[in-house]
Write a protein that binds this ligand. Sequence first.
Ligand SMILES: [Zn+2]
Length: 190
Amino acid sequence: MRGTHDEPVSGAGAPPAREPASRTATNGSGPPTAWPTSRAGKPTGPGADEGCPFCRAPGLPDEEGLVVARGRSAFVVLNLYPYNSGHLLVCPYRHVSEYTSLDATETAEVASLTQAGIRALTEAYGPAGFNVGMNLGTVAGAGIAAHLHQHVVPRWGGDTNFMPVIGQTRVLPEMLERTRGRLAELWPRK
Ligand SMILES: [Zn+2]
């Protein structure tokens, strides 16, 4: 599942980013999640697609799938090809491409996980700002258009200077796992 791409959050000043990857994430928000990790490696969620990294990640242990947090209808995973350190992707478990296809619960949880991600990133790295958004459709820059995902990219002043380098460089798995562990530890407890 590693090796997927996605383009950056588009739009003015948007960062080029690529996509991801995702443990038993106890997000401390209460009861066990609806999408357990027992079927390790198997796609999860309604309409799951074998070849979709966002369907497979939740089925893997957190460390392996780089999952930072798990909600009931959506989860958070680190981008395998981050624009910046801590680049998160918030995805519904359902394999859907249209934002308008999300139900009220999914819509609310994608939003709340985005907020939690911003809080955890702020706590962990203290970025100067964030780019948050979705690329809907391949033409809009989505690398994995079939399964929508919201980018949460921490930004620092001057980070565009090394963007081209970072954008083309694959981050070492150990670095991603360290980042994942830190963010999971700092994930807001409700
Ligand atoms: Zn999918």
